[in-house]
Design a protein around this ligand. Sequence first.
Ligand code: AMP
Length: 585
Amino acid sequence: MQFNFVSQKFNELDKTTKRLEMTAILKELFLEADEDLKMLVYLILGKVAPDFEGIEFGMGNKLIINALSSVSGKSEKEISGMFARTGDVGSVARDITAVKKQKSLASEELTVKYVFNSLRKLADTSGAGSVKEKESIYSDLILNGTPDDAMYITRVIAGKLRLGVSDATVLDALVEAFYEKTDKSSVETAYNFHPDLGYIAELLRDRKIDQIKKIGPEPLIPFKVMLAERLPDIDQILGKMSGEKAAFEFKYDGLRAGIHKLGDRVRIFSRGNEDTTSQFPDIVENLKKTFRAESVILDGEAVPYNPETGELYPFQMVSQRRGRKYDLDEMKETVPVVVFLFDILYLNGESLVSKPYLERRRTLESLFEENDSFKMARSVVSDDPGEIEKFFEDSIEHGCEGVVAKNVGPESVYRAGSRGWLWIKFKRDYQAELWDALDLVVVGAFHGHGRRKGTYGALLMASYNKEKDVFETVCKLGTGFTDEVLFSLPDKFSGLAQDRKPPNLECELEPDVWIYPEKVMEIVGAEITLSPVHTCAFSMVKEGSGLALRFPRFNGRWRDDKSPTDATTTNEVLEMYKNQSSKNK
Ligand code: AMP
């Protein structure tokens, strides 16, 4: 397939915000792709490998500008000026190659395979001399294609393709292209246990449906973690559970950790499937001593703590480990971490995900002795609201956020990537009559005035509508910022700011700056109200109205562990609105 065919389709994608149209365009591309399918799928997502391989191009705007200067003969200053005007290094590359093209007609046409392999080579080039090598691979690519090709290739390398196409849309289009839509759920399950769309795409194209249905947890491959719904009181929670009883567990406030062991190899993944193994050398070492199994996959929460007293510390202390090269002893002393385990997905070659919850938990308990690095999450199985209330208070006293209730009936499988009602969280905020925090995505910003001149005065925040795969606005946020945070906002969002509305955003308001949905912030507020201007759950409660969060305030917590599609969903906001209305009756 010629890469220019892809660029043309990217132009079409760029012009629509309708998911159905996007899916149709992608489907058409996939049906034409043939042996290029896997490469094409990665390119559409702006990548050359699944996220969990952690491959990066290592070529920022500065290097791209250098290269554009060399190929065009224009000075770096001139090109930086063009970049400053548009904020999009891709369109600078397009404009420069368009002029260049008129002068030389020597270019060949690029194929998808050639572009993919060159990009892969560019990413793999490192060490001494790599800058020159990267520049030369890049220049070759942009000079041999059309100006639009140059634009999209540049955006991929800069990490700014931003077509508004999510993994879910790609998956939909793949299913439509190669499979019956009616059985989408088995493909979704496969993807949730093996989140590599290139891999799934090839299986679908080759009609290897049996193989897809067999995909389950695999050691060293991250899985999409199981998630919890939320409810504001214990009676409602018990009502949702199928059995009479449910398991209630401490809800630890740390970082989710999917822990994999295969022989001597260990990998730890975050909630967003980022490889965080290097942050936890102590956990890696102790895992090998604690779990003698040949292969195992565990799910738990890593929490900083004091091993002498058992006291739990704020989760931010785990983040201090990020990017720092402590040696093991120093790290153990400065920020000791314990993992509270609550699930097991795989043991010695066998998947356990379809076993009921208590059976999985018993297997896990029998597998290891608690120590400084690994403990079981505290749990009680009960249907007695009094006992559960006490357990909840106990959890708060121990520095936890509340409890997670877990279904213990025969249907209580491990459901990767999904909320369902098998797990339900119940937090302290519900009790204090303040609503639980929402994890909202920044999609726009308004210039500040007066004391806030020079920074943003407010941010526009959105929830994620999973069914439509779009973001919908919920509130304008201007409270809860320290001065330091406030004045760092323009810098923080500089790479995401753009002058046109992101394609995957439904919005009635006109912020001064649009922000591509990527950053998630934790926001508290007073209540959910009907709103004529916000698009969250628009016309779902009342014709012509959406839902809004009243008195929103940033609580200081950036949810860098959540991708935008992990944000609070529109459905959750709707549930919160309904629960609140029934409470007020
Ligand atoms: P939230 O981040 O508010 O959506 O709450 C869900 C998160 O709570 C999970 O992703 C886990 O990281 C965390 N968590 C803490 N303790 C538990 C537990 N016992 N069971 C399940 N999740 C837990």
